[in-house]
Design a protein around this ligand. Structure first.
Ligand code: SF4
Length: 437
């Protein structure tokens, strides 16, 4: 094989945590809606674009070629051992040398229009705020040979069975396009046995039942819907472009088509002003929708979003941490359908997860233990929870955080009993401003 002709393929950087080790292909790029006020994801210089079926197939062929090389370069079936990464590094180096000889530069891909404006979308640290910089280190709008090979290696190491097809709404596609893409992928990667997508509920509402069934017949197993809230005032304020009733219809139609609906919701999205309505209506909508999974993503307000602007203008007041916890309590109490609650985001203060109805008491206990703490106890809890999330995400603490904590470090413990509540709040706010949800 002529390594000088090898090209990378486009991967879906933005995908559910359950698809972290999936093989991914982009059926479209970025978000065609892109108006939600709280959402920072596709705001930094990337735009929506459709892809032709030929382009998708070309990516699948590129992935297959690279996957064959990955398999051949590893001594045995991939494990999670260091040796696999060393072999992958060697393969990457070989391809890069061959590509350089063939006159191909870095970034190592044939230039396509990937919807990147002004060279952004792969921005490096330092150009924007720290959290956005962190985000841009793993948001790969224009993947390289390294990205493609590590993506395939991670997929192989985790069983080579799952596939995610992005980007943000694969339901706007025609069933024929989806079926052709999926059949092409299956032919080349026959070990795949689970296919999932992100979808807008609005797109599911617009699809006829037979169209959704065609997605199922093509092999689609699950749709991840970002419903965020069930309250119409909140949805309208956030420019989500859909109502609570439409969320219900979309999930019901999805289930009737034989596809599993999974929903993301956002505690805190109603702010201080609509906190109760947001929680109760979201519980009502989840009950009506009958989603299989409910994933919690507590609201974080990102700079340069419409929501940050609304806060600056006094149109939106952020809910307190305690208010957000009380919302989650209302959700757990009021969701009356069999479902699984998952807390798999660094934005969540508490780990409230389990099956409903059987784990309801267990989940309420976690919440009530927090609510029973004194005001200062709640802050100390929050500080240690946010620190854990930070270390989980970045692998350690940054100098600025260590400096902020310095007066309170006692041996290997942090003791904030002598700090004022305002000071603890300031440190928590600083840590949260760097966490990616
Ligand atoms: S539809 Fe999803 S990806 Fe698009 S702007 Fe809204 S939240 Fe962001």
């Amino acid at each position: 094989m002529d390594l000088g002709k090898i090209e990378p393929f486009e991967i879906c950087s933005i995908r559910p945590p359950t698809e972290n080790f999936s093989l991914t292909f982009r059926l479209s790029r970025n978000c065609g809606w892109n108006r939600c006020r709280f959402c920072p994801v596709y705001k930094e210089g990337v735009k929506f674009s459709r892809r032709s079926i030929e382009e998708v197939k070309e990516d699948v062929d590129r992935a297959k070629e690279l996957d064959d090389l990955v398999i051949r370069s590893l001594p045995s079936a991939p494990s999670s051992g260091r040796g696999d990464y060393q072999e992958a590094e060697r393969l990457i180096a070989e391809i890069k040398i061959a590509r350089a000889r063939a006159g191909k530069g870095d970034p190592a891909r044939k230039k396509r229009d990937t919807g990147t404006e002004k060279g952004k979308g792969d921005a490096g640290p330092g150009e924007v705020d720290e959290r956005s910089s962190w985000f841009s280190t793993w948001f790969k709008n224009e993947p390289t040979i390294e990205d493609s090979i590590y993506h395939l290696l991670a997929w192989r190491m985790h069983g080579a069975q799952t596939c995610f097809l992005g980007d943000s709404d694969s339901l706007f596609l025609s069933p024929d396009f989806f079926a052709e893409a999926l059949s092409y992928i299956r032919d080349r990667f026959p070990t795949l046995n689970r296919f999932t997508v992100y979808g807008r509920t609005q797109s599911a509402v617009r699809k006829r039942p037979e169209e959704l069934r065609a997605f199922r017949e093509a092999g689609l197993d699950r749709i991840h819907f970002g419903i965020e809230s069930g309250n119409d005032t909140v949805l309208e304020f956030m420019r989500k472009g859909v109502t609570g009733e439409e969320h219900i219809i979309a999930c019901q139609k999805t289930r009737e088509a034989g596809i599993s609906p999974s929903v993301y919701i956002m505690p805190g999205l109603g702010g201080a002003q609509w906190s109760t309505e947001h929680a109760l209506d979201t519980a009502r909508v989840i009950t009506g929708a009958g989603a299989d999974y409910v994933r919690l993503r507590s609201l974080e307000i990102f700079p340069n979003t419409g929501l940050a602007e609304a806060v600056a203008k006094g149109e939106f007041t952020e809910a307190s941490e305690e208010q957000v916890v009380r919302e989650i309590r209302m959700l757990v109490e009021n969701i009356k359908t069999d479902t699984t609650i998952v807390s798999d985001s660094a934005s969540n203060l508490l780990d409230v997860s389990g099956k409903l109805p059987e784990d309801r008491a267990k989940m309420l206990k976690v919440i009530d233990e927090y609510l029973a703490l004194s005001p200062k106890g709640k802050l100390a809890f929050s500080l240690s929870s946010r620190l854990r999330s930070f270390m989980g995400q970045y692998g350690g603490l940054t100098q600025d955080i260590v400096a902020a904590l310095q007066p309170y470090i006692q041996g290997d413990q942090i003791n904030v009993s002598g700090a004022s509540e305002k000071e603890i709040q300031r440190i928590i706010r600083h840590i949260r401003s760097k966490l990616m949800p």
